[in-house]
Ligand binder design. Structure first.
Ligand code: HEC
Length: 135
Protein backbone atom coordinates (compact mmCIF):
# COMPACT_ATOMS: atom_id res chain seq x y z
CA UNK A 1 0.00 0.00 0.00
CA UNK A 2 2.74 2.44 0.88
CA UNK A 3 4.50 1.61 -2.30
CA UNK A 4 1.35 2.33 -4.23
CA UNK A 5 0.95 5.71 -2.56
CA UNK A 6 4.58 6.56 -3.22
CA UNK A 7 4.17 5.60 -6.86
CA UNK A 8 0.98 7.63 -7.20
CA UNK A 9 2.69 10.63 -5.61
CA UNK A 10 5.60 10.26 -8.01
CA UNK A 11 3.26 10.17 -11.00
CA UNK A 12 1.47 13.29 -9.82
CA UNK A 13 4.77 15.05 -9.22
CA UNK A 14 6.17 14.26 -12.66
CA UNK A 15 4.74 17.18 -14.68
CA UNK A 16 5.97 19.70 -12.12
CA UNK A 17 9.34 18.01 -11.99
CA UNK A 18 9.77 18.00 -15.73
CA UNK A 19 8.96 21.74 -15.82
CA UNK A 20 11.69 22.31 -13.27
CA UNK A 21 14.11 20.23 -15.31
CA UNK A 22 13.26 22.23 -18.42
CA UNK A 23 13.86 25.51 -16.59
CA UNK A 24 17.21 24.28 -15.28
CA UNK A 25 18.21 23.09 -18.76
CA UNK A 26 17.29 26.43 -20.33
CA UNK A 27 19.20 28.43 -17.74
CA UNK A 28 22.25 26.13 -17.98
CA UNK A 29 21.94 26.38 -21.76
CA UNK A 30 21.89 30.16 -21.59
CA UNK A 31 25.09 30.17 -19.53
CA UNK A 32 26.76 27.80 -22.00
CA UNK A 33 25.47 29.87 -24.92
CA UNK A 34 26.85 33.02 -23.28
CA UNK A 35 30.22 31.32 -22.85
CA UNK A 36 30.48 29.60 -26.25
CA UNK A 37 28.30 31.41 -28.77
CA UNK A 38 27.24 34.84 -27.54
CA UNK A 39 30.39 36.69 -28.58
CA UNK A 40 29.35 36.12 -32.19
CA UNK A 41 25.59 35.56 -31.96
CA UNK A 42 22.89 37.93 -30.72
CA UNK A 43 19.38 36.68 -30.15
CA UNK A 44 17.74 39.23 -32.44
CA UNK A 45 18.63 41.98 -34.88
CA UNK A 46 18.30 44.81 -32.31
CA UNK A 47 21.78 43.81 -31.19
CA UNK A 48 24.51 43.88 -33.85
CA UNK A 49 26.47 40.62 -34.05
CA UNK A 50 29.13 39.08 -36.27
CA UNK A 51 27.12 35.88 -36.78
CA UNK A 52 23.41 35.71 -37.68
CA UNK A 53 20.90 36.28 -34.84
CA UNK A 54 19.61 32.94 -33.52
CA UNK A 55 16.00 33.76 -32.57
CA UNK A 56 13.60 31.19 -34.07
CA UNK A 57 16.52 29.07 -35.26
CA UNK A 58 14.85 25.72 -34.56
CA UNK A 59 13.55 24.36 -37.88
CA UNK A 60 14.58 27.59 -39.63
CA UNK A 61 16.06 27.10 -43.11
CA UNK A 62 19.85 27.52 -42.96
CA UNK A 63 21.06 30.86 -44.28
CA UNK A 64 17.67 32.58 -44.24
CA UNK A 65 17.96 35.29 -41.57
CA UNK A 66 16.99 38.51 -43.41
CA UNK A 67 19.87 40.74 -44.55
CA UNK A 68 22.64 38.60 -43.04
CA UNK A 69 25.66 38.14 -45.32
CA UNK A 70 26.07 34.34 -45.24
CA UNK A 71 28.84 32.31 -46.87
CA UNK A 72 27.81 30.62 -50.12
CA UNK A 73 28.33 27.25 -48.40
CA UNK A 74 25.70 28.01 -45.79
CA UNK A 75 23.16 29.85 -47.91
CA UNK A 76 23.31 27.16 -50.65
CA UNK A 77 23.20 24.21 -48.23
CA UNK A 78 19.42 23.77 -48.34
CA UNK A 79 19.39 22.28 -44.84
CA UNK A 80 16.91 22.99 -42.05
CA UNK A 81 18.08 23.49 -38.47
CA UNK A 82 16.63 20.38 -36.87
CA UNK A 83 17.96 19.34 -33.45
CA UNK A 84 20.15 16.71 -35.19
CA UNK A 85 21.58 19.28 -37.61
CA UNK A 86 22.27 21.69 -34.73
CA UNK A 87 24.08 18.92 -32.84
CA UNK A 88 26.23 18.11 -35.89
CA UNK A 89 26.93 21.84 -36.30
CA UNK A 90 27.96 22.31 -32.66
CA UNK A 91 30.15 19.19 -32.76
CA UNK A 92 32.03 20.02 -35.96
CA UNK A 93 30.53 22.90 -37.94
CA UNK A 94 33.30 23.25 -40.53
CA UNK A 95 33.51 19.46 -41.03
CA UNK A 96 29.71 19.29 -41.35
CA UNK A 97 29.73 22.19 -43.80
CA UNK A 98 33.08 22.90 -45.46
CA UNK A 99 33.32 26.54 -46.54
CA UNK A 100 31.28 28.02 -43.70
CA UNK A 101 32.70 31.21 -42.25
CA UNK A 102 31.84 30.18 -38.67
CA UNK A 103 35.03 29.29 -36.84
CA UNK A 104 35.17 25.69 -35.54
CA UNK A 105 33.47 25.34 -32.16
CA UNK A 106 33.72 21.58 -31.42
CA UNK A 107 31.11 20.98 -28.71
CA UNK A 108 30.94 17.18 -28.75
CA UNK A 109 29.51 16.59 -25.26
CA UNK A 110 25.88 15.54 -25.77
CA UNK A 111 24.80 16.98 -22.45
CA UNK A 112 26.24 20.38 -23.28
CA UNK A 113 24.53 20.14 -26.69
CA UNK A 114 21.26 19.28 -24.90
CA UNK A 115 21.48 22.38 -22.73
CA UNK A 116 22.30 24.69 -25.64
CA UNK A 117 19.47 23.10 -27.65
CA UNK A 118 17.07 23.73 -24.74
CA UNK A 119 18.11 27.38 -24.76
CA UNK A 120 17.80 27.69 -28.57
CA UNK A 121 14.33 26.11 -28.29
CA UNK A 122 13.38 28.69 -25.64
CA UNK A 123 14.25 31.57 -28.01
CA UNK A 124 12.21 29.95 -30.81
CA UNK A 125 8.74 31.45 -30.50
CA UNK A 126 7.31 30.61 -33.90
CA UNK A 127 6.68 27.17 -35.38
CA UNK A 128 8.86 27.25 -38.48
CA UNK A 129 7.59 23.82 -39.54
CA UNK A 130 4.02 25.12 -39.70
CA UNK A 131 5.15 28.23 -41.59
CA UNK A 132 7.12 26.20 -44.13
CA UNK A 133 4.21 23.78 -44.48
CA UNK A 134 1.90 26.64 -45.47
CA UNK A 135 4.06 27.80 -48.33
C1 HEC B 1 33.68 33.11 -33.68
C2 HEC B 1 32.30 33.47 -33.94
C3 HEC B 1 31.23 32.40 -33.73
C4 HEC B 1 31.03 31.58 -32.64
C5 HEC B 1 31.86 31.50 -31.36
C6 HEC B 1 29.84 30.82 -32.93
N1 HEC B 1 29.34 31.16 -34.17
FE1 HEC B 1 27.69 30.36 -35.06
N2 HEC B 1 28.06 31.45 -36.74
C7 HEC B 1 29.10 32.38 -36.89
C8 HEC B 1 29.08 32.89 -38.25
C9 HEC B 1 30.05 33.92 -38.81
C10 HEC B 1 28.01 32.24 -38.90
C11 HEC B 1 27.62 32.39 -40.39
C12 HEC B 1 28.38 31.27 -41.09
C13 HEC B 1 28.30 31.29 -42.62
O1 HEC B 1 27.65 32.17 -43.21
O2 HEC B 1 28.93 30.38 -43.19
C14 HEC B 1 27.39 31.35 -37.92
C15 HEC B 1 26.27 30.56 -38.18
C16 HEC B 1 25.61 29.80 -37.23
C17 HEC B 1 24.37 29.09 -37.46
C18 HEC B 1 23.56 29.08 -38.75
C19 HEC B 1 22.42 30.07 -38.61
C20 HEC B 1 21.62 30.32 -39.86
O3 HEC B 1 20.95 31.37 -39.91
O4 HEC B 1 21.61 29.49 -40.79
C21 HEC B 1 24.04 28.47 -36.29
C22 HEC B 1 22.83 27.60 -36.04
C23 HEC B 1 25.09 28.79 -35.35
N3 HEC B 1 26.02 29.60 -35.95
C24 HEC B 1 25.11 28.33 -34.05
C25 HEC B 1 26.14 28.58 -33.15
C26 HEC B 1 26.17 28.04 -31.81
C27 HEC B 1 25.08 27.20 -31.18
C28 HEC B 1 27.36 28.47 -31.25
C29 HEC B 1 27.90 28.15 -29.88
C30 HEC B 1 28.00 26.75 -29.56
C31 HEC B 1 28.05 29.27 -32.25
N4 HEC B 1 27.28 29.32 -33.38
C32 HEC B 1 29.29 29.88 -32.07
C33 HEC B 1 30.00 32.75 -35.92
C34 HEC B 1 30.16 32.12 -34.69
Amino acid sequence: MHRFIALAALCLATPALSNTFDEVKVSAGKQLFDAECRRCHAVDSTDPSYGPPLENVLYRGAGTYPDYDYSTALSASGIVWTPAALRAWMADNDGFMPGTKMRHVGIEDRTVQDFILAYLTSITTQDNRAIEGQE
